[in-house]
Design a protein around this ligand. Structure first.
Ligand SMILES: *Cc1c(COP(=O)(O)O)cnc(C)c1O
Length: 442
Protein backbone atom coordinates (compact mmCIF):
# COMPACT_ATOMS: atom_id res chain seq x y z
CA UNK A 1 0.00 0.00 0.00
CA UNK A 2 1.40 3.38 -0.93
CA UNK A 3 2.11 5.81 1.83
CA UNK A 4 -0.05 8.86 1.67
CA UNK A 5 -1.57 11.23 4.10
CA UNK A 6 -4.75 10.04 5.77
CA UNK A 7 -6.11 13.58 5.75
CA UNK A 8 -5.81 16.45 3.31
CA UNK A 9 -7.66 19.50 2.09
CA UNK A 10 -8.92 19.23 -1.48
CA UNK A 11 -9.36 21.87 -4.18
CA UNK A 12 -12.90 22.65 -2.96
CA UNK A 13 -11.47 23.50 0.46
CA UNK A 14 -13.07 20.41 1.95
CA UNK A 15 -11.40 17.96 4.28
CA UNK A 16 -10.65 14.64 2.64
CA UNK A 17 -9.99 11.32 4.38
CA UNK A 18 -8.62 8.33 2.50
CA UNK A 19 -9.42 10.14 -0.75
CA UNK A 20 -13.08 10.70 0.19
CA UNK A 21 -14.52 14.21 0.49
CA UNK A 22 -16.00 14.65 3.96
CA UNK A 23 -18.83 16.86 2.70
CA UNK A 24 -19.90 14.10 0.30
CA UNK A 25 -19.56 11.50 3.05
CA UNK A 26 -21.84 13.54 5.30
CA UNK A 27 -24.41 13.95 2.51
CA UNK A 28 -24.41 10.26 1.73
CA UNK A 29 -24.15 8.75 5.20
CA UNK A 30 -25.45 11.62 7.38
CA UNK A 31 -23.97 12.73 10.70
CA UNK A 32 -22.77 11.96 13.28
CA UNK A 33 -20.53 9.55 11.44
CA UNK A 34 -17.36 7.65 12.33
CA UNK A 35 -15.02 7.46 9.33
CA UNK A 36 -11.98 5.17 9.15
CA UNK A 37 -9.16 5.23 6.61
CA UNK A 38 -8.34 1.63 5.73
CA UNK A 39 -4.89 2.45 4.35
CA UNK A 40 -3.85 4.06 7.61
CA UNK A 41 -4.98 1.05 9.65
CA UNK A 42 -3.24 -1.41 7.37
CA UNK A 43 -0.04 0.62 7.26
CA UNK A 44 0.10 0.72 11.05
CA UNK A 45 -0.40 -3.03 11.32
CA UNK A 46 2.15 -3.69 8.61
CA UNK A 47 4.84 -1.41 10.01
CA UNK A 48 4.76 -3.23 13.34
CA UNK A 49 4.52 -6.72 11.86
CA UNK A 50 7.49 -6.05 9.57
CA UNK A 51 9.57 -4.74 12.45
CA UNK A 52 9.28 -8.13 14.13
CA UNK A 53 10.15 -9.84 10.84
CA UNK A 54 13.13 -7.68 10.06
CA UNK A 55 14.57 -7.11 13.51
CA UNK A 56 13.60 -10.20 15.50
CA UNK A 57 13.53 -13.02 12.97
CA UNK A 58 9.74 -13.05 12.98
CA UNK A 59 9.76 -14.30 16.60
CA UNK A 60 7.04 -11.88 17.55
CA UNK A 61 3.36 -11.29 16.93
CA UNK A 62 1.44 -8.03 16.96
CA UNK A 63 -1.88 -8.38 18.72
CA UNK A 64 -4.44 -5.69 17.92
CA UNK A 65 -6.02 -4.62 21.23
CA UNK A 66 -9.53 -4.74 19.88
CA UNK A 67 -11.19 -2.89 22.73
CA UNK A 68 -10.02 0.25 20.92
CA UNK A 69 -12.47 -0.45 18.10
CA UNK A 70 -14.27 -3.73 17.81
CA UNK A 71 -16.44 -4.69 14.86
CA UNK A 72 -16.27 -7.51 12.33
CA UNK A 73 -14.42 -5.48 9.70
CA UNK A 74 -11.49 -4.59 11.92
CA UNK A 75 -10.89 -8.24 12.80
CA UNK A 76 -11.02 -9.08 9.10
CA UNK A 77 -8.41 -6.44 8.38
CA UNK A 78 -6.18 -7.64 11.22
CA UNK A 79 -6.46 -11.19 9.92
CA UNK A 80 -5.57 -10.10 6.39
CA UNK A 81 -2.52 -8.30 7.76
CA UNK A 82 -1.38 -11.42 9.58
CA UNK A 83 -1.66 -10.09 13.10
CA UNK A 84 -3.46 -11.43 16.16
CA UNK A 85 -6.02 -9.83 18.46
CA UNK A 86 -6.63 -9.19 22.13
CA UNK A 87 -10.16 -9.49 23.42
CA UNK A 88 -11.36 -8.55 26.90
CA UNK A 89 -14.90 -9.89 26.94
CA UNK A 90 -17.12 -12.61 25.56
CA UNK A 91 -18.66 -10.01 23.28
CA UNK A 92 -15.36 -9.04 21.68
CA UNK A 93 -14.47 -12.70 21.33
CA UNK A 94 -17.84 -13.40 19.71
CA UNK A 95 -17.35 -10.52 17.27
CA UNK A 96 -13.90 -11.82 16.29
CA UNK A 97 -15.25 -15.34 15.83
CA UNK A 98 -18.13 -14.03 13.73
CA UNK A 99 -15.56 -12.33 11.52
CA UNK A 100 -13.83 -15.69 11.03
CA UNK A 101 -10.75 -14.62 12.95
CA UNK A 102 -8.32 -17.51 13.69
CA UNK A 103 -8.84 -18.32 17.40
CA UNK A 104 -5.26 -19.45 17.90
CA UNK A 105 -4.26 -15.83 17.38
CA UNK A 106 -6.69 -14.53 20.02
CA UNK A 107 -5.58 -13.58 23.54
CA UNK A 108 -8.19 -13.21 26.26
CA UNK A 109 -7.58 -10.53 28.87
CA UNK A 110 -9.51 -9.10 31.79
CA UNK A 111 -9.21 -8.59 35.52
CA UNK A 112 -12.50 -10.37 36.17
CA UNK A 113 -13.21 -12.79 33.36
CA UNK A 114 -16.57 -14.37 33.97
CA UNK A 115 -16.73 -18.14 34.32
CA UNK A 116 -18.99 -18.09 31.24
CA UNK A 117 -16.36 -16.10 29.30
CA UNK A 118 -13.61 -18.54 30.26
CA UNK A 119 -15.77 -21.45 29.20
CA UNK A 120 -16.62 -19.75 25.91
CA UNK A 121 -12.94 -18.97 25.28
CA UNK A 122 -12.06 -22.65 25.70
CA UNK A 123 -14.93 -23.62 23.40
CA UNK A 124 -13.46 -21.23 20.83
CA UNK A 125 -9.95 -22.65 21.44
CA UNK A 126 -8.35 -19.24 21.94
CA UNK A 127 -4.58 -19.20 21.67
CA UNK A 128 -3.87 -17.82 25.11
CA UNK A 129 -5.55 -16.64 28.28
CA UNK A 130 -3.79 -13.95 30.28
CA UNK A 131 -4.36 -14.81 33.92
CA UNK A 132 -5.05 -11.91 36.22
CA UNK A 133 -6.12 -13.55 39.49
CA UNK A 134 -5.37 -16.63 41.54
CA UNK A 135 -8.93 -17.88 41.35
CA UNK A 136 -8.86 -17.54 37.57
CA UNK A 137 -6.15 -20.17 37.29
CA UNK A 138 -8.47 -22.67 38.96
CA UNK A 139 -11.37 -21.76 36.68
CA UNK A 140 -9.28 -22.19 33.52
CA UNK A 141 -7.74 -25.40 34.88
CA UNK A 142 -11.20 -26.88 35.55
CA UNK A 143 -12.54 -25.95 32.10
CA UNK A 144 -9.43 -27.27 30.36
CA UNK A 145 -9.49 -30.51 32.38
CA UNK A 146 -13.18 -31.03 31.54
CA UNK A 147 -12.30 -30.83 27.84
CA UNK A 148 -9.09 -32.84 28.17
CA UNK A 149 -6.99 -30.01 26.72
CA UNK A 150 -4.00 -27.99 27.87
CA UNK A 151 -4.55 -24.23 27.69
CA UNK A 152 -1.72 -21.78 27.00
CA UNK A 153 -1.61 -19.01 29.56
CA UNK A 154 0.43 -15.96 30.49
CA UNK A 155 0.48 -14.31 33.90
CA UNK A 156 -0.14 -10.59 33.98
CA UNK A 157 2.42 -8.86 36.16
CA UNK A 158 3.03 -5.32 37.35
CA UNK A 159 6.66 -4.54 36.78
CA UNK A 160 6.19 -1.31 38.73
CA UNK A 161 6.85 1.16 35.96
CA UNK A 162 4.99 4.44 36.06
CA UNK A 163 4.45 5.76 32.59
CA UNK A 164 3.89 9.47 32.10
CA UNK A 165 0.28 9.47 31.20
CA UNK A 166 -3.06 10.49 32.63
CA UNK A 167 -3.49 8.86 36.02
CA UNK A 168 -6.93 7.44 35.21
CA UNK A 169 -5.69 5.39 32.32
CA UNK A 170 -2.54 4.15 33.92
CA UNK A 171 -2.75 0.52 34.96
CA UNK A 172 0.61 -0.93 35.93
CA UNK A 173 1.54 0.49 39.32
CA UNK A 174 1.21 -1.76 42.35
CA UNK A 175 -2.06 -0.05 43.30
CA UNK A 176 -3.95 -1.43 40.33
CA UNK A 177 -6.84 -3.78 39.80
CA UNK A 178 -4.71 -5.48 37.13
CA UNK A 179 -2.00 -8.07 37.50
CA UNK A 180 0.37 -9.54 40.07
CA UNK A 181 3.01 -7.38 41.64
CA UNK A 182 6.63 -8.34 41.08
CA UNK A 183 7.67 -6.33 44.11
CA UNK A 184 5.51 -8.04 46.73
CA UNK A 185 6.18 -11.61 45.58
CA UNK A 186 2.65 -12.30 44.34
CA UNK A 187 3.81 -12.73 40.72
CA UNK A 188 6.21 -15.41 41.87
CA UNK A 189 3.59 -17.19 43.96
CA UNK A 190 1.18 -17.16 41.01
CA UNK A 191 3.92 -18.69 38.85
CA UNK A 192 4.33 -21.56 41.30
CA UNK A 193 0.57 -22.09 41.42
CA UNK A 194 0.17 -22.17 37.64
CA UNK A 195 3.12 -24.53 37.17
CA UNK A 196 1.39 -27.04 39.47
CA UNK A 197 -1.81 -27.11 37.37
CA UNK A 198 -1.62 -29.89 34.78
CA UNK A 199 -3.99 -28.39 32.21
CA UNK A 200 -2.27 -25.01 32.04
CA UNK A 201 0.84 -24.41 29.97
CA UNK A 202 2.60 -21.31 31.26
CA UNK A 203 4.26 -19.53 28.34
CA UNK A 204 5.51 -16.55 30.28
CA UNK A 205 4.39 -13.11 31.38
CA UNK A 206 2.42 -10.11 30.28
CA UNK A 207 2.60 -6.48 31.30
CA UNK A 208 0.89 -3.32 30.10
CA UNK A 209 2.27 -0.16 31.62
CA UNK A 210 -0.39 2.29 30.52
CA UNK A 211 -1.70 4.16 27.55
CA UNK A 212 -0.95 7.18 25.37
CA UNK A 213 2.76 6.88 26.18
CA UNK A 214 5.32 8.62 23.99
CA UNK A 215 8.50 7.89 25.94
CA UNK A 216 10.30 4.87 24.53
CA UNK A 217 12.21 4.71 27.81
CA UNK A 218 9.06 3.70 29.67
CA UNK A 219 8.64 0.61 27.47
CA UNK A 220 12.34 -0.19 27.65
CA UNK A 221 12.30 0.07 31.43
CA UNK A 222 9.29 -2.23 31.66
CA UNK A 223 11.02 -4.79 29.42
CA UNK A 224 14.15 -4.62 31.58
CA UNK A 225 12.19 -5.13 34.77
CA UNK A 226 10.20 -7.96 33.28
CA UNK A 227 13.34 -9.73 32.11
CA UNK A 228 14.99 -9.24 35.49
CA UNK A 229 11.94 -10.96 36.96
CA UNK A 230 12.17 -13.76 34.37
CA UNK A 231 15.83 -14.28 35.30
CA UNK A 232 15.03 -14.32 38.99
CA UNK A 233 12.26 -16.92 38.49
CA UNK A 234 14.60 -19.04 36.38
CA UNK A 235 17.22 -18.90 39.11
CA UNK A 236 14.88 -19.59 42.01
CA UNK A 237 12.40 -22.12 40.65
CA UNK A 238 13.89 -23.21 37.34
CA UNK A 239 11.10 -21.94 35.08
CA UNK A 240 12.26 -19.97 32.05
CA UNK A 241 9.57 -17.95 30.28
CA UNK A 242 9.47 -18.64 26.56
CA UNK A 243 7.17 -15.74 25.71
CA UNK A 244 6.69 -12.19 26.90
CA UNK A 245 3.84 -9.89 26.07
CA UNK A 246 4.86 -6.28 26.52
CA UNK A 247 1.42 -4.74 26.15
CA UNK A 248 0.30 -1.70 24.20
CA UNK A 249 0.13 1.97 24.95
CA UNK A 250 1.94 3.73 22.10
CA UNK A 251 0.77 7.34 22.03
CA UNK A 252 -0.99 9.14 19.21
CA UNK A 253 -1.64 12.72 18.19
CA UNK A 254 -4.86 14.25 19.44
CA UNK A 255 -4.13 17.94 19.72
CA UNK A 256 -1.41 20.53 20.10
CA UNK A 257 1.19 19.29 22.55
CA UNK A 258 1.09 15.66 21.36
CA UNK A 259 3.89 14.35 19.16
CA UNK A 260 2.77 13.89 15.56
CA UNK A 261 4.23 10.66 14.21
CA UNK A 262 3.79 9.05 10.83
CA UNK A 263 2.79 5.37 10.83
CA UNK A 264 6.37 4.40 9.88
CA UNK A 265 7.66 6.16 13.00
CA UNK A 266 6.04 3.56 15.24
CA UNK A 267 8.71 1.16 14.10
CA UNK A 268 11.02 3.04 16.46
CA UNK A 269 8.99 2.00 19.51
CA UNK A 270 9.14 -1.66 18.65
CA UNK A 271 12.81 -1.42 17.64
CA UNK A 272 13.68 0.05 21.01
CA UNK A 273 11.79 -2.74 22.76
CA UNK A 274 13.42 -5.45 20.66
CA UNK A 275 16.88 -3.99 21.23
CA UNK A 276 16.27 -3.85 24.98
CA UNK A 277 15.05 -7.45 25.06
CA UNK A 278 18.07 -8.68 23.10
CA UNK A 279 20.46 -6.71 25.31
CA UNK A 280 18.93 -7.85 28.60
CA UNK A 281 18.70 -11.48 27.47
CA UNK A 282 22.39 -11.47 26.58
CA UNK A 283 23.27 -9.87 29.89
CA UNK A 284 21.14 -12.28 31.92
CA UNK A 285 21.93 -15.39 29.83
CA UNK A 286 18.29 -15.91 28.85
CA UNK A 287 16.99 -17.27 25.57
CA UNK A 288 15.33 -14.34 23.76
CA UNK A 289 11.61 -15.02 24.26
CA UNK A 290 8.87 -14.95 21.67
CA UNK A 291 7.45 -11.42 21.91
CA UNK A 292 3.99 -9.98 21.72
CA UNK A 293 2.92 -6.35 21.68
CA UNK A 294 -0.67 -5.17 21.91
CA UNK A 295 -1.22 -1.80 20.31
CA UNK A 296 -4.80 -0.62 20.12
CA UNK A 297 -5.00 3.15 20.06
CA UNK A 298 -2.16 3.69 17.58
CA UNK A 299 -3.62 1.21 15.07
CA UNK A 300 -7.02 2.84 14.72
CA UNK A 301 -6.88 6.16 16.60
CA UNK A 302 -5.58 8.54 13.97
CA UNK A 303 -7.15 6.46 11.21
CA UNK A 304 -10.56 7.63 12.41
CA UNK A 305 -12.40 10.94 12.46
CA UNK A 306 -15.95 11.84 13.45
CA UNK A 307 -18.14 14.12 11.35
CA UNK A 308 -20.84 16.22 12.97
CA UNK A 309 -23.34 18.81 11.83
CA UNK A 310 -23.15 22.07 13.72
CA UNK A 311 -26.46 23.01 15.37
CA UNK A 312 -27.00 25.71 17.94
CA UNK A 313 -24.30 28.20 18.80
CA UNK A 314 -24.52 30.01 22.10
CA UNK A 315 -22.22 32.96 22.68
CA UNK A 316 -21.99 34.01 26.31
CA UNK A 317 -20.22 37.38 26.32
CA UNK A 318 -16.99 37.38 28.36
CA UNK A 319 -17.47 33.71 29.23
CA UNK A 320 -17.28 31.38 26.24
CA UNK A 321 -19.02 30.26 23.10
CA UNK A 322 -20.70 26.90 22.94
CA UNK A 323 -21.01 25.17 19.60
CA UNK A 324 -23.39 22.22 19.81
CA UNK A 325 -23.19 19.22 17.50
CA UNK A 326 -25.46 16.28 16.77
CA UNK A 327 -23.19 13.92 18.76
CA UNK A 328 -21.83 14.04 22.28
CA UNK A 329 -20.99 11.79 25.20
CA UNK A 330 -23.11 8.95 23.77
CA UNK A 331 -20.68 8.54 20.87
CA UNK A 332 -17.50 9.94 22.45
CA UNK A 333 -17.42 9.96 26.26
CA UNK A 334 -13.67 10.50 26.55
CA UNK A 335 -13.74 14.18 27.48
CA UNK A 336 -16.34 13.44 30.13
CA UNK A 337 -14.33 10.50 31.46
CA UNK A 338 -10.90 12.06 31.65
CA UNK A 339 -10.85 15.44 29.91
CA UNK A 340 -9.34 13.92 26.77
CA UNK A 341 -8.10 16.53 24.30
CA UNK A 342 -9.20 16.72 20.69
CA UNK A 343 -8.82 19.06 17.77
CA UNK A 344 -11.13 19.76 14.88
CA UNK A 345 -11.75 21.69 11.69
CA UNK A 346 -14.83 22.79 9.83
CA UNK A 347 -14.63 20.17 7.11
CA UNK A 348 -16.65 22.23 4.61
CA UNK A 349 -14.37 25.26 5.03
CA UNK A 350 -11.11 23.59 5.96
CA UNK A 351 -8.97 26.33 4.39
CA UNK A 352 -10.38 29.18 6.44
CA UNK A 353 -8.33 30.55 9.32
CA UNK A 354 -9.34 29.59 12.85
CA UNK A 355 -10.33 32.86 14.51
CA UNK A 356 -12.66 31.66 17.26
CA UNK A 357 -12.42 29.55 20.37
CA UNK A 358 -15.34 27.19 21.01
CA UNK A 359 -16.41 24.72 23.60
CA UNK A 360 -17.99 21.92 21.61
CA UNK A 361 -21.07 20.54 23.32
CA UNK A 362 -23.05 17.41 22.63
CA UNK A 363 -26.83 17.09 22.65
CA UNK A 364 -27.24 15.06 25.84
CA UNK A 365 -28.96 16.24 29.00
CA UNK A 366 -25.78 16.70 31.05
CA UNK A 367 -23.96 20.01 31.41
CA UNK A 368 -20.74 18.01 31.33
CA UNK A 369 -21.60 16.60 27.91
CA UNK A 370 -18.74 18.19 26.00
CA UNK A 371 -16.22 17.03 23.43
CA UNK A 372 -13.81 19.64 24.73
CA UNK A 373 -13.52 23.32 25.56
CA UNK A 374 -10.62 24.49 23.41
CA UNK A 375 -11.45 24.14 19.77
CA UNK A 376 -9.97 26.75 17.44
CA UNK A 377 -12.25 27.11 14.44
CA UNK A 378 -13.42 29.67 11.89
CA UNK A 379 -16.60 31.47 12.91
CA UNK A 380 -19.14 28.66 12.70
CA UNK A 381 -22.79 28.63 11.75
CA UNK A 382 -25.62 26.14 11.84
CA UNK A 383 -25.16 23.52 9.14
CA UNK A 384 -21.36 23.59 9.07
CA UNK A 385 -19.63 20.23 9.11
CA UNK A 386 -17.32 19.67 12.07
CA UNK A 387 -14.60 17.01 11.77
CA UNK A 388 -12.98 15.91 15.02
CA UNK A 389 -9.64 14.15 14.56
CA UNK A 390 -8.18 11.01 16.13
CA UNK A 391 -11.49 9.50 17.18
CA UNK A 392 -10.81 6.01 15.82
CA UNK A 393 -9.94 4.50 19.19
CA UNK A 394 -12.18 4.28 22.27
CA UNK A 395 -15.04 6.25 20.71
CA UNK A 396 -17.35 3.80 18.95
CA UNK A 397 -16.23 1.12 21.41
CA UNK A 398 -17.30 3.31 24.34
CA UNK A 399 -20.54 4.54 22.77
CA UNK A 400 -23.91 4.12 24.46
CA UNK A 401 -27.54 4.87 23.79
CA UNK A 402 -27.69 7.51 26.52
CA UNK A 403 -30.81 9.66 26.10
CA UNK A 404 -31.78 7.02 23.57
CA UNK A 405 -29.55 8.62 21.02
CA UNK A 406 -28.54 6.29 18.22
CA UNK A 407 -24.95 5.03 18.13
CA UNK A 408 -23.61 6.47 14.85
CA UNK A 409 -22.62 4.18 12.00
CA UNK A 410 -19.03 3.70 10.90
CA UNK A 411 -17.77 3.77 7.34
CA UNK A 412 -14.47 2.57 5.96
CA UNK A 413 -12.89 4.59 3.16
CA UNK A 414 -10.31 3.41 0.72
CA UNK A 415 -9.05 5.24 -2.36
CA UNK A 416 -12.07 7.51 -2.30
CA UNK A 417 -14.64 4.74 -1.94
CA UNK A 418 -16.71 4.42 1.22
CA UNK A 419 -18.75 1.61 2.69
CA UNK A 420 -20.50 0.89 5.97
CA UNK A 421 -18.64 -1.34 8.38
CA UNK A 422 -21.20 -0.64 11.09
CA UNK A 423 -24.68 0.16 9.87
CA UNK A 424 -26.78 2.89 11.49
CA UNK A 425 -28.92 1.98 14.43
CA UNK A 426 -32.63 2.61 14.10
CA UNK A 427 -35.28 3.57 16.63
CA UNK A 428 -36.59 0.01 16.32
CA UNK A 429 -33.19 -1.21 17.55
CA UNK A 430 -33.68 0.86 20.69
CA UNK A 431 -36.84 -0.99 21.72
CA UNK A 432 -35.88 -4.39 20.30
CA UNK A 433 -35.24 -5.89 23.75
CA UNK A 434 -37.79 -3.84 25.66
CA UNK A 435 -40.65 -5.79 27.18
CA UNK A 436 -43.84 -4.54 28.84
CA UNK A 437 -44.33 -6.78 31.88
CA UNK A 438 -47.61 -8.64 32.14
CA UNK A 439 -48.27 -7.68 35.76
CA UNK A 440 -48.34 -3.97 35.06
CA UNK A 441 -51.90 -2.60 34.73
CA UNK A 442 -52.51 -0.93 31.43
C1 LIG B 1 -5.95 -1.32 26.59
C2 LIG B 1 -4.91 -2.34 26.52
C3 LIG B 1 -4.04 -2.37 25.44
C4 LIG B 1 -4.05 -1.34 24.35
O1 LIG B 1 -3.67 -0.09 24.80
P1 LIG B 1 -3.50 1.11 23.75
O2 LIG B 1 -3.18 2.27 24.59
O3 LIG B 1 -4.82 1.24 23.07
O4 LIG B 1 -2.43 0.72 22.82
C5 LIG B 1 -3.13 -3.39 25.38
N1 LIG B 1 -3.07 -4.35 26.33
C6 LIG B 1 -3.90 -4.35 27.39
C7 LIG B 1 -3.80 -5.42 28.40
C8 LIG B 1 -4.84 -3.35 27.52
O5 LIG B 1 -5.66 -3.35 28.57
Amino acid sequence: MNERETLKINAAGHLEIGGADCVSLAERFHTPLYVFDEAHIRTMMRVLRRTFEEEYGGRGLVLYASKAFSCKAIYAIAQAEGIGADVVSGGELYTAMQAGFPPEKIFLHGNNKLPSEISYALDCKVGCIVLDALSEADLVEAEAARRGVVQNVLIRVNPGVEAHTHAYIQTATTDSKFGFSVADGSARRMTETVLRLPHLRLLGYHCHIGSQIFEKEAFVLAAQKLLAFVAEIKRSIGFEAQALNLGGGFGIWYAEGDAKLRPQDYRGYLSALIAAVKRECARLSLRPPFLFVEPGRCIVGEAGITLYTVGTIKEIPNVRSYLAVDGGMFENPRYCLYQAKYSAVLANRANEPATELYAVAGKCCESGDLLGVNFNLPKAKRGDLLAVFSTGAYNYSMASNYNRNLVPPAVLVRDGRAEYIVRPQTYEDLVRNDVLPNFTDR
